[in-house]
Design a protein around this ligand. Structure first.
Ligand SMILES: Nc1nc2c(c(=O)[nH]1)N[C@H]1C(S)=C(S)[C@@H](COP(=O)(O)O)O[C@H]1N2
Ligand SMILES: [Mo]
Length: 548
């Protein structure tokens, strides 16, 4: 209080003219208290600036989410920016993410986007205390960046601009309003009515941001949900019902994965930050391009076609030697060849460019569709309607080709064209336009580094050379001769083949074990070590075991 009295505090005539040690002491003390108070005030300003920045960003994102209820899930600011980031991710970084985060890569990306927004918003909130107009304009500019990210997505509409633009605008207004309000009270530590109202206003805005954000998100979940539509799909009866493969397709070795990969454990690889949700009632497939009779079919029309079951192992080009991005399932689909024949493919057309609802483009050889293999439009796997993340309501599959050149999920467009004139998504990113699955094999039992008792050790694993089939698997212990493994019964050339090997007289110590396969054409798997880019890894899978 004394400081606020006119003339109070320092340098009154009396204090200066009459030396008074006690007085001086008191004065120094009050001076340092004031400094402390000033630095406390600075800390408070920074903290409040950061809080105001965060609340403003939260309010913006909340509004963005709410607007996206109308314009669509993928147009929401964070989703749009995340999808844009995925599209410009260089191949080495994509490889790094797939290797290190696996199917968690999307959460890592989202965390990154949120963290970046939070740090930027907090810094901008502090900056706003000094330059409120510039800070507000910056905030709105971030909205513009989000809007550009959204509207440049391949399947965007003009209204995808709205969520981010309005988010930026809302955030800018909130930032400006809260900053000006907080600056009205010069001393943040003082307990005044104005300060209390400001704190309540900030809390209220934060609560509003949470409600709009979570509410908007819940509303989106509800509005675009396809779970009930998925539950209503009645699978057609296959024209020929495939008998169950014999039990002997699976060597009974504990720790070896099953012959059919359970759907819930099937790997997932795609560029979609949020899984596209396609209502079958809205689904249409367009077949066009270099054809005589372009046409379109609805999901009901599709269901009226001839359906077949087919066992097929699907592999990702990003699967490293011994890696997990491979799965085997019984698929239900309608053959693709009759559809192309009905359209009438022009001479010279060698590429089928398929596009998904989220704009993924995949180029497959027309030849591979028409040469008699079971290329199909699949609607079910392992007896159930496709899960949304595996392409519900319809995906493409072509035996013998990696997923990125054959297995379009959420497919809606088939364009008959040429490799010379069209690039699919992964081609400019360094992957080969055409990519047959390479012969691969892996050891699943024991796990590398495992300790096993001396004596007979059972090894087991899986090998695949999709569409060519697996004719032999061999294992090598240390630097010994290659030994023929016992092959389980083959299901079809399009499925993987499991194997086992009884390693007799395993002696104590550390041993290296390798595996290799020979495909159905008699070609031995190559030992040359190659990475995933541009068309799939090669080299032999090896493990180390400790025999004790
Ligand atoms: N729409 C779409 N389809 C896609 C992809 C994608 O990113 N988007 N990825 C492809 C790749 S690289 C693979 S390996 C398979 C994986 O299919 P799954 O996720 O069902 O295992 O889907 C293919 N189809
Ligand atoms: Mo893939």
């Amino acid at each position: 209080m004394s400081e606020q009295q006119p003339g109070g505090g320092r340098g009154t005539g009396a204090g200066v003219s009459e030396p008074d040690p006690g007085g001086e002491e008191a004065e120094r003390e009050s001076g340092s208290a004031a400094a402390k108070k000033r630095s406390g005030a600075r800390g408070g300003r920074i903290a409040w600036g950061a809080i105001v920045g965060l609340v403003a960003a939260g309010a913006g994102l909340g509004i963005g989410e709410l607007v996206a209820v109308a314009t669509g899930e993928a147009s929401a600011p964070v989703t749009a920016v995340g999808n844009w980031a995925i599209s410009i991710t260089p191949t080495w970084l994509e490889q790094f993410a797939i290797r290190n985060f696996g199917s968690n890569d999307k959460n890592v990306l989202l965390t990154g986007v949120y963290t970046t927004i939070a740090l930027g918003a907090a810094a901008n909130g502090v900056f706003a205390r000094y330059r409120v107009n510039i800070a507000s304009i910056l905030t709105a500019a971030f909205g513009v960046v989000g809007a550009i990210a959204a509207v440049t997505r391949p399947t965007s509409h003009t209204d995808w601009l709205l969520p981010s633009l309005l988010a930026g605008l809302a955030a800018a207004l909130v930032l400006r309003w809260l900053t000006i309000w907080s600056l009205k009270e010069p001393d943040p530590a003082a307990e005044s009515g104005e300060r209390r109202r400001f704190v309540l206003g900030t809390l209220g805005t934060a609560a509003g941001a949470l409600v709009t954000g979570y509410g908007g998100n819940a509303w989106i979940e509800k509005r675009y949900d396809v779970a009930s539509a998925r539950a209503k799909v009645e699978l057609p009866t296959p024209a020929t019902v495939l008998p169950k493969p014999p039990a002997s397709v699976h060597p009974n070795v504990s720790g070896l994965g099953p012959f059919f990969t359970p759907t819930s454990e099937f790997y997932r690889v795609d560029t979609a930050l949020v899984v596209p949700r396609v209502d079958p009632r809205d689904w249409k497939l367009k077949i066009h391009g270099m054809v005589d009779r372009p046409f379109e079919i609805t999901f009901d029309e599709l269901l009226s076609y001839r359906f077949e079951e087919h066992d097929l192992t699907l592999t990702c080009v990003s699967n490293e030697v011994g890696g997990p991005y491979v799965g085997n399932a019984r698929w239900l689909g309608t053959p693709l060849a009759p559809l192309l024949r009905r359209a009438g493919v022009h001479r010279g057309a060698d590429m089928l460019l398929s596009t998904s609802t989220d704009g993924m483009t995949i180029g497959s050889p027309v030849e591979a569709v028409l040469d008699g293999r079971q290329a199909m439009l699949a609607i079910a796997m392992n007896g159930d309607v496709l899960p949304t993340q595996n392409g519900f309501p319809c995906r493409m599959l072509i035996p013998g080709l990696y997923g990125y050149v054959s297995a379009t999920k959420w497919v809606v467009d088939l364009n008959v064209t040429t490799f010379a004139s069209s690039d699919a998504y992964w081609t400019p990113r360094g992957y080969s336009p055409q990519a047959p699955v390479k012969t691969a094999s892996r050891i699943e039992v024991p796990k590398t580094g495992a300790k096993v008792p001396a004596g007979t050790v059972v090894l087991a694993g899986t090998a695949w050379a999709t569409h060519r089939g697996v004719a032999a698997v061999e294992v090598q212990i240390d630097d010994g001769a290659w030994q023929e493994a016992k092959l389980a019964t083959a299901d079809t050339p399009d499925t993987w083949r499991q194997w086992s090997y009884e390693w007799a007289n395993a002696s104590k110590g550390s041993h290296k074990i390798k595996v290799r396969a020979t495909d159905g054409t008699g070609d031995l798997q190559t030992s040359a070590v190659q990475g995933v880019v541009p068309n799939g890894s090669t080299g032999y899978h090896g493990i180390t075991v400790e025999v004790s």
